[in-house]
Ligand binder design. Sequence first.
Ligand SMILES: NC(=O)c1ccc[n+]([C@@H]2O[C@H](COP(=O)([O-])OP(=O)(O)OC[C@H]3O[C@@H](n4cnc5c(N)ncnc54)[C@H](O)[C@@H]3O)[C@@H](O)[C@H]2O)c1
Length: 253
Amino acid sequence: MPDRKPLRLGMIGLGQASSQIIHEIRAAKDCPWTLAVAADPRPHARAAFKAEFGGQVFVDAAELCRNAGVDAVYVATPPWMHLEHTIAAAESGKHIICEKPLALSLSDCDQMVAVARRSGVKLLAGHTHSFDALVTTGKVGKLHAVNSWNFNEFNHRSRLTAELAATHGPLFNQGPHQIDIVRQIAGGMVKSVRASTFIDGVTGIEGGYVGYLEFENGLRRAVLVARRRRPAARPRPGLEAAAQLPGDRQAAA
Ligand SMILES: NC(=O)c1ccc[n+]([C@@H]2O[C@H](COP(=O)([O-])OP(=O)(O)OC[C@H]3O[C@@H](n4cnc5c(N)ncnc54)[C@H](O)[C@@H]3O)[C@@H](O)[C@H]2O)c1
């Protein structure tokens, strides 16, 4: 008989991403989670959470990790805080789901993986969009390549310029989703990457990238492209994206 004891989850950061996740958790009626603890330095975010969920609230993540009776935390703070909050959670014995991008450098990612291993907790990168991906069923035969592109107006959403600069615009904000989706489809770990970025002439920050990935399983490759669209051309269009999957029997799109 599987253990259906609810997982006690704490939210660290009550901003935009967190509100999306809370919405999804509430919609999943059969999901065995309880959500009754949160941390955020903004008083009105804490008050809103307390009014809705009635649980304990903390000003800071480390305080939540030390004091709250939770099994796991969802880290939804700005990317440059993920390392600090993951260390605080792991060292308090909490499992961690961390929003993308996991961190802003490989050495920070390595530290996060090391602290989770050392502390005996699970660390999961919260790549929410890979669950949207088309999973190949063998219909296309052996997969030879994935050609994927994504085009949106990320740099023109209401974000502070300093935040865009720190996260290199779509690079760390959109790239993790696209690469994760392609990895899910290609079914493997990435062996090598060739890529270049280009600057958005309006913000002066990276506007997109083009990448060529080779996977450890040899045959599968991916090309990714992401760039910006001016809002004047089409206001808040949502995501425009596509993937082509040529196999040895047929191609899927
Ligand atoms: N998966 C997705 O679709 C998706 C969508 C949006 C954002 N994100 C990611 O989620 C993360 C957060 O982005 P966002 O858009 O929600 O940002 P946001 O600025 O809206 O929210 C961040 C929150 O963290 C809080 N915070 C700051 N310092 C804190 C601390 N020391 N302890 C606890 N809370 C603290 C802030 O007050 C704020 O409420 C980023 O990594 C972003 O890339 C993912």
